[in-house]
Ligand binder design. Structure first.
Ligand code: SAM
Length: 288
């Protein structure tokens, strides 16, 4: 008898276009003993399309803890199990996360068959910086938690990715604009589908657009991170408008000596210390 535990296969499924399923996922779904699905009614359409007929177990948000135990027990008996969620990569903003953790805790091997993921698809299309990004999934509904996250996002310099349902989109865009200020964003819906739409816009433009065109479909919002260079430039401009001696006074009054004040003033204005020194001398010559 084989005492080896089975393997949990995380099978990525299409986020819209059925042709995005991989050959490896199809092979695996045909080979495993059981397929755990977030919504069997949803997944059955996919399985019928590809001629897959296997015992289906329902594994969703509301039974994820109890069912994870059951799945792990079954894996321990040597059964192989595939996990598919409603769309995309299991465990990315769906109940799969709990099952993966449980399997790891219990020493069960988990492997991933990568494929579509709405967050990565949207990011790659966003036209925003993709080198550094942060994924927030859905913002929490709990008021306090939500406020904390929004506050943290205010100074985020990486591109931010958020999932949102159509009926919450406007409220979320408003809150984001209030906290982050008007920013360049990319709003993606119906990704990989016939009516795929990517709106490269700003919070304010999007909000005025949705006043007359109610949002439809599931969205991924990609938001430009806070631009530190821009902030630095704005500060430099603001300081440059200030007379040099008044700027020096700010630091002298704080107790810095002349040399240190000059260094700080130079830094604020994006100048060298020598430039500040010369400008101050010139001012004195002119009796300013
Ligand atoms: N596990 C999935 C993945 O890998 O992307 C995400 C699951 S999460 C419960 C569902 C959310 O993903 C939706 O509310 C929407 O924000 C986003 N999403 C999924 N499919 C999408 C699509 N075709 N176009 C735009 N957003 C999509």
């Amino acid at each position: 008898m084989n005492n080896e535990p089975g393997i949990l296969y995380l099978c990525a499924t299409p986020i819209g276009n059925l042709k995005d399923i991989s050959l490896r996922v199809l092979d695996t779904l045909k080979e495993v003993d059981i397929i755990a699905c977030e919504d069997t009614r949803n997944s059955i359409k996919l399985f019928n399309h590809f001629g897959i007929s296997k015992p289906l177990w329902s594994y969703h948000e509301y039974n994820k803890y109890d069912k994870a135990e059951e799945i792990v027990e079954k894996l321990k008996t040597g059964s192989s199990i595939a996990l598919v969620t409603d769309a995309g990569t299991p465990s990315i903003s769906d109940p799969g996360e709990v099952l993966v953790k449980k399997c790891i805790d219990e020493g069960i091997r988990v492997t991933s068959l990568p494929g579509p993921c709405a967050a990565v698809t949207a990011l790659s299309l966003s036209g925003l910086n993709t080198r550094r990004f942060v994924f927030e999934a859905f913002l929490p509904h709990d008021k306090k938690e939500r406020a904390e996250i929004l506050l943290q996002l205010e100074d985020e310099t990486r591109t931010i990715i958020i999932y949102e349902a159509p009926h919450h989109l406007i409220k979320t865009l408003k809150e984001l604009e209030d906290h982050l200020g008007d920013r360049t964003i990319s709003l993606c819906r119906e990704l990989t589908k016939l009516h795929e739409e990517i709106k490269r816009t700003t919070f304010s433009q999007a909000l005025s657009y949705y006043e007359d065109n109610p949002p439809r479909g599931e969205y991924v919002i990609c938001i430009e991170g806070k631009d530190t260079e821009n902030i630095k430039r704005q500060n430099e401009d603001r300081y440059r408008e200030m007379p040099l001696d008044r700027h020096m006074d700010i630091y002298l009054k704080q107790g810095y000596d002349n040399k240190e004040s000059m260094r700080l003033v130079a830094k604020d204005r994006g100048l060298s210390r020598r430039e500040v020194y010369n400008a101050l001398l010139k001012g004195k010559d002119k009796g300013e």
